[in-house]
Every structure is written in structure tokens, then in C-alpha cells.
Write a protein that binds this ligand. Structure first.
Ligand SMILES: [Zn+2]
Length: 253
């Protein structure tokens, strides 16, 4: 089966509720390519390496979490940005990008998909009043020590982990935000949660962890955000009988 780029855009926009979520990049069809879509490459970031892979697969579309045109960036099409766009346009490849809508979705979102891999039962948002809270809280199905969580993150996400806290501490309650979500540790600490997991770390994150008695784990921006685009692609493959391939371009950050 195939569908048109605008049909796919409409479907994804509805599914991910893009009009309801404030973001600092456009969500949806960022670069228009050919009309009919049968073959899709999914990935975390629309880097040159991912575009090259899509060209090799002869993909009609790329679907990513990190696209282009971020608020505040230089809008000129030069250098790296020119080369990426030139490659997409030369091969008539559509670029679909969904940022925050793909973090917070209750089934395909990066946050929920990460919880699945770590055996966490998902509860409410860290901001309970926000239905699209980008940080979530929950409980481990079975309480786990700090060191066991480090090991689980390493094994499940195939990543390196930076952590702060007592290796022997038993962790039951947890909050998390994939990617650059370390700033939410303060809200999680205020809720008295045992541990906070994110992709990135800042200098100040460690002080909050130490002084607010909340264990902290940074497992990589890329590694924690690998699973949303992958899950969404698998859903599209099944629903529309499309040929979808997830391409992981390794990134240690
Ligand atoms: Zn991200």
C-alpha cells in the first residue's frame, strides 16, 4: 500500500495532537518531497548520515524526532544545512519531524517507550495539571538499587551512564524526561521522588541530586530518544502496510 505525503501528514498530526502542543520547531512535514509514500526511514535526527541511509534505501520519506528550523537558529541555508536540504530535495524525499509531540505521546512517545524498556509503570506527569507534561513519574515494577538501574540502562539502551547517588539505595519511585530534560529534576525532587532519569546532565543537576536526596541518571540524549520514532514507524508499517526501516546512527551524546 502507499499513501500521499499529505494523507500521512494529516494522520500523524491528528495522532500526535500537534496543534495542541507548543514547541520551538515546526512539527509535521518540514520538507516536501514526492507525493506517494511507500518506503520510510525512521531515525532520531535528520543528520546527513540518516539522509544518506534514506537515499540508499530509496526511501520516499524520513520520519525523525529532531528535524530542522529551530526557534532562534540562523535561518540561512548554508554549510551543513544547505547540504542536508540539497540532498533531500535532489532525491525528492519528504522530511517529517515531530519533536515534543513525539516525546509526550501516551503510546509512541519517547518517555513512555523508555519506561517500557526499564520496567517502569507509568503514572501521571511531573506537572500533574499538564496533560502533555514532558516529564513523567511512575514506579519500578520491582524496586531496584541505584547500581542495578545503572546496569539496566547500560544493557537496555546500549549506552554509557553517568549517575549520582548511593549505589546501594533502593529506588521505587522515579521520574524521567528523555533527551535534554535534566532541568525537571527540581520538580521531581520537590515531589519526593527517589530517582530522576534523563538523557543529558548539567553541572547544576548534580547539586540538586546531592542536596535534594534524589538519585540522578543521564543515559544519553540519543539513547533515551531512540524509541519514539522507531515505535511510530512500526505502527505506520502495520497500519498502512508501508515499508519502514529504523536506522540508528550511533551518537554517544
Ligand atoms: Zn531531543
Amino acid at each position: 500500500m502507499s499513501l500521499t505525503n499529505l494523507e500521512l501528514l494529516h494522520y500523524l498530526s491528528e495522532l500526535l495532537k500537534t496543534s495542541k502542543i507548543k514547541d520551538y520547531c515546526p512539527n509535521g512535514l518540514q520538507v516536501e518531497g514526492k507525493t506517494n509514500i511507500q518506503k520510510i526511514v525512521t531515525g532520531v535526527t535528520a543528520s546527513q548520515a540518516l539522509i544518506d541511509a534514506a537515499i540508499e534505501y530509496q526511501a520516499d520519506a524520513i520520519l525523525v524526532h529532531h528535524g530542522y528550523f529551530w526557534k532562534g537558529e540562523d535561518p540561512c541555508l548554508r554549510g551543513m544545512k544547505k547540504r542536508r536540504l540539497a540532498a533531500l530535495l535532489a532525491h525528492d524525499i519528504n522530511l517529517f519531524a515531530f519533536h515534543l509531540p513525539l516525546d509526550v505521546h501516551t503510546e509512541f512517545g519517547n518517555n513512555v517507550q523508555l519506561a517500557k524498556r526499564l520496567s517502569i509503570d507509568v503514572g501521571q506527569g511531573v506537572d500533574a495539571n499538564d496533560p502533555f507534561s514532558v516529564a513523567l513519574r511512575g514506579r519500578f515494577k520491582t524496586p531496584i538499587t541505584h547500581q542495578q538501574l545503572v546496569d539496566r540502562l547500560r544493557t537496555e539502551l546500549k549506552t554509557t551512564v553517568l549517575s549520582e547517588g548511593d549505589p546501594e539505595r533502593i529506588i521505587t519511585t522515579v521520574a524521567w524526561c528523555t533527551g535534554g530534560g535534566q532541568g525537571y529534576i527540581d520538580a521531581a525532587a520537590d515531589l519526593g521522588i527517589d530517582a530522576f532519569i534523563s538523557g543529558e546532565v548539567s553541572e547544576q543537576t548534580i547539586h540538586t541530586a546531592r542536596e535534594m536526596n534524589i538519585d540522578f541518571f543521564a543515559a544519553g540524549h540519543h539513547a533515551t530518544e531512540r524509541y519514539g520514532a522507531k515505535a511510530l514507524g512500526e505502527h505506520l508499517a502495520e497500519k498502512f502496510e508501508l515499508d519502514v526501516t529504523f536506522v540508528d546512527i550511533p551518537n554517544p551524546a
